[in-house]
Ligand binder design. Structure first.
Ligand code: HOZ
Length: 427
């Protein structure tokens, strides 16, 4: 697998970069073969190192919701770069972006920008611990919240993909500050809160999980978490790094009508540039330095190029009817998979929330990490390779969600249909 130019680049890369990549999820290890190196992207399309074009459903793992290299985003980034790429001092653009985020997500009364989703989550949980004076963080199996030591425990995304959900290099003492529960299991939450509620600083989750494929919350699960946090005095933290401005303009919290205490974001709010955000209740955010004692900092936080791209992207997303179009395009891809699977007699369950979705190679719903792990991974690998051959770039793990962008027009969807219809009979 992989084109010949990519294969040569991968050999070179493997001599200098661990596994040939700068983030393990790119390595294609779970699907076999070598990664496609990308030379450029525009709209819904990626172009590989040998010039082959692919309809892209990775979307840089989510952020490219208006399509790659959108002319407006490119223009504002170029203009911002010409004014200087980093000052280490505040800018008006940071205020504009912060106001736009808070206007779309009412639970965010105050926010802090970072350079990545990982930093945003670390900041949010430090704030939660500082505010509550408690240490224990509760997460869910298969949710991935970036690279902080105490969150690399039973994590999804690359850790699940490579079969090592608990990362090496994490001291046991640090891992023990995290309690892990099965996703969508209200009884497990109730039991832990009953037993250790007074120790819990925060319950954090992806309200729609995107890191064990796309797993929506069961009806009532988010409400239960809100109620249990209130009962024990813990903060409810929604990691909306993937779902923010994706499943609705106001994120999963708007779509499901639940108000978390803190929210983390990334990806889309940086328009494809490195950005993270954490924010929420004013009384909690006022604990952050320099207002309060909880320290968190970063030279590139609120970087001018990233804020320019973020503002432009949020403006583009304000176009009337855009989320309806994303929903329709998502539904169309969903239908393409289901029809092809049915015609080919292949057990498949497609799960989708708006424009994020996963075709799971199994014949039952995926509600938990255990369910996701029960998929036919070999068939997924054949699917992935076949799609590449037919010009569609799907994320390279069954544990990842695919993303549809506003640039996925009829032509892109027809190319997808043709690829799926050609590939499924061969699986
Ligand atoms: N959450 C992203 C994919 N599941 C992470 C991407 C990465 O690790 O590079």
């Amino acid at each position: 697998m992989g084109d010949s130019v990519s294969n040569q680049l991968f050999e070179r890369a493997s001599r200098i970069l661990p596994g040939g990549v700068n983030s393990p999820v790119r390595a294609f290890r779970a699907v076999g073969g070598h990664p496609i190196f990308i030379q450029s992207a525009a709209g819904a399309e990626l172009v590989g190192a040998d010039g082959k074009a692919y309809v892209d459903y990775c979307a840089s793992w989510g952020p490219m919701i208006v399509g790659h290299a959108h002319p407006k985003v490119v223009q504002v980034v170029q203009e911002a770069a010409a004014r200087g790429s980093s000052y280490g001092a505040p800018t008006e653009a940071e205020v504009v972006l912060a106001e736009a985020i808070a206007a779309a997500v009412p639970s965010i009364e105050m926010l802090r920008m970072t350079s990545s989703g990982t930093e945003a989550v670390m900041g949010a949980l430090r704030a939660a611990r500082g505010f509550t004076g408690r240490d224990l963080v509760v997460k869910f199996e298969g949710c991935y919240h970036g690279g902080a030591d105490y969150l690399l425990v039973k994590a999804g995304s690359g850790l699940a993909t490579f079969g090592e959900p608990d990362s090496g290099g994490v001291p046991a003492a640090i891992a023990s500050t995290t309690a892990v529960l099965p996703f969508n299991d209200p009884d497990a939450v109730r039991a832990l809160v009953a037993e250790r509620g007074e120790e819990i600083a925060a319950i954090i989750l992806e309200p729609v999980v995107g890191n064990m494929g796309c797993v929506p919350p069961d009806a009532g699960f988010l409400e239960l978490l809100r109620e249990q946090c209130d009962a024990c005095g813990a903060l409810l933290v929604f990691d909306e790094v993937m779902t923010g401005f994706r499943v609705a303009r106001g994120g999963a919290q708007a779509r499901f009508g639940i108000r978390p205490d803190l929210t983390t974001m990334g990806k889309i709010v940086g328009g494809g540039m490195p950005v993270g955000v954490y924010g929420g209740r004013r009384d909690v955010m006022e604990k952050i330095s320099p207002l309060g004692p909880v320290y968190q900092a970063g030279t590139l936080s609120g970087n001018p190029l990233a804020t320019a791209a973020g503002i432009a992207t949020l403006e583009l997303l304000a176009e009337p009817g855009l989320y309806d179009r994303l929903e329709q395009a998502g539904a169309e891809v969903h239908g393409i998979f289901e029809e092809a699977a049915q015609a080919a007699g292949i057990p498949l369950t497609v799960q989708r929330v708006g424009s994020m979705l996963t075709p799971y190679f199994r014949d039952a719903a995926v509600r938990t990490f255990e369910d996701a792990s029960a998929c036919d991974m070999e068939r997924f690998a054949r699917f992935h390779g076949g799609m590449l051959e037919h010009g569609v770039y799907w994320p390279c793990s069954q544990y990842e969600a695919g993303f549809v962008s506003a640039a996925h027009d009829d032509a892109a969807l027809e190319r997808t249909r043709a690829a799926v219809n050609a590939v499924f009979p061969t699986l």
